[in-house]
Design a binder for this molecule. Structure first.
Ligand code: ARG
Length: 459
């Protein structure tokens, strides 16, 4: 094996060889706009408190705006040997305006600067995602409204249990996802706290005007403890959890639609543009988009676990590990936003096989609970009624028959509590009878739809 001459590895060579290892700028490029906004606000603040002149402020701001345009148009020359975008932008500022550039960092540390950039970046991304998310929720509500009269079998353990309205089912999706929207909005609030003015970690000696900075940058609040400010990343963890929850919940919905789209179920027609063919089996339309939502859930959860692991055991205050705080969350929020855009447009085009859903709901002993309830309303204990119907249902299943095949005289043989009105019990009856608040009757689902619309209008 060839001998390596270790003596040659000075720290300068180390930086050249291992620059990539320590650099965050490939990730940080995604938040260059925020970095420049933060510097512009900081320059204005330094001018306001008399630490730089108006001329100096003007030349800093003008140069920073130029840099922003250069980056946007891909003309900016990044120097990978510099650790991050802050140092790259600072160097370019020096090249443009000379020593005045050096005045911008007075009282500022990259520790509070990066913390500010990251918060602003995610606030913007959360706003975008929330908007898409609201549209997705609207699409669900309109699908529920469109299918208000459709009856389907409801399942527990993936076994048919009781009939429900398809709209009730869709509004369950709305309910779970509206909590995700709430979580996203609370993530925005958690992000909405300005770190700038904390310095490296101990506060600063200059008469920093943090209220002015917060106003310039659009932050609602200012952080209260400079040590916590540069050390903590729980606001990113909150976001990663919220994003994972969105993926977990949408993944469940997608899994359900995958099952419903099989020949065996045949409940749903996926819009063709959201399916793909097989390269060898010509007859196939695969639900790839739904499967990919399910698949992408893994990386969202992974990114959350990854940051949790990074933070665990990390001493206060800033440690370089914290540079690993944003890449996963940036990837997750982009991927979740794409997921929601795809699902929204799919939901606008989905159609259901009403007849198949209905026939599937009458094909089994799905009315067993209604019959047990019928007997219990005649004042026998529910457990006794349950046993009677369970025995009948088992016997019918053995005979490959269903409760629907029973005539009045058959019911009377089961129990003399059955009267003619038992013949009224069918899936429609079963659905409408469940008129409890939140239940599956048409009235109740209409109320749920009204509430959902009011909720979305208030957003
Ligand atoms: N590249 C660093 C990050 O993104 C910036 C802060 C570096 N601070 C330091 N003391 N080395 O977190």
């Amino acid at each position: 094996m060839k001998k390596v001459n270790n003596n040659k590895t000075s720290s300068v060579q180390g930086r050249e060889i291992f620059g990539d290892f320590t650099s965050s700028f490939i990730t940080d490029i995604r938040m260059y706009k925020e970095d420049i906004l933060v510097s512009i606000a900081y320059s204005k603040m330094l001018n306001k408190v008399g630490l730089i002149t108006s001329d100096e402020n003007n030349s800093i701001v003008t140069a920073l705006e130029e840099i922003s345009i250069e980056i946007q148009s891909n003309k900016f020359k990044w120097d990978p040997s510099l650790e991050d975008i802050h140092l790259n932008i600072e160097k370019s500022l020096y090249d443009k305006i000379g020593d005045t550039a050096g005045k911008l960092h007075f009282g500022r540390s990259r520790n509070d600067q990066v913390a500010t950039d990251v918060r602003l970046y995610f606030m913007n991304k959360i706003s975008l995602l929330s908007k898409e998310f609201k549209d997705f929720l609207l699409a669900i509500v309109s699908l529920a409204e469109k299918n208000l009269s459709v009856i389907m079998p409801g399942y527990t353990h993936l076994q048919k249990g009781q009939p429900v309205l398809l709209s009730h089912y869709l509004m369950a999706y709305f309910s779970i996802l509206s909590r995700d929207l709430e979580r996203l909005e609370s993530c925005y609030e958690n992000m909405n706290v300005m770190p700038l003015g904390s310095g490296a970690f101990a506060g600063v000696t200059i008469p920093v005007d943090r209220k002015f900075l917060a106003k310039e940058l659009g932050f609602k609040n200012i952080s209260n403890n400079s040590i916590d400010t540069v050390s903590s990343r729980d606001h990113i963890l909150d976001l990663l959890y919220s994003l994972s929850s969105i993926m977990i919940n949408t993944s469940r919905i997608c899994e359900e639609f995958i099952i419903w789209s099989t020949d065996e179920f045949d409940f749903i027609n996926l819009p063709e543009k959201f399916t793909t063919g097989s390269s060898i089996m010509p007859q196939k339309r695969n639900p790839d988009y739904l499967e990919l939502v399910r698949g992408k859930t893994g990386s969202s959860i992974g990114n959350m676990i990854s940051l949790m692991t990074t933070l665990k055991g990390l001493p206060f205050t800033y440690n370089r590990d914290l540079q690993e705080d944003r890449e996963g969350a940036m990837n997750s929020i982009d991927s979740v936003t794409k997921t929601i855009v795809v699902l929204k447009s799919m939901f606008l085009d989905i159609t259901f096989n009403e007849e198949k859903m209905f026939s599937s709901s009458i094909e089994s002993n799905i009315l067993a609970t209604d019959l047990a309830d019928y007997l219990a309303f005649k004042k026998i204990p529910f457990r006794e009624a349950y046993e009677i119907i369970k025995n009948v249902s088992n016997k019918l299943s053995d005979e490959k028959k269903s409760i629907n095949d029973l005539k009045l005289e058959d019911f009377k043989k089961i129990s003399d509590l059955f009267d003619e009105d038992v013949m009224k019990i069918n899936v429609n009856y079963s659905v409408e009878k469940r008129n409890s608040y939140g239940g599956t009757s048409t009235n109740s689902v209409e109320d749920q739809i009204d509430l959902a619309k009011k909720y979305l209008n208030s957003k």
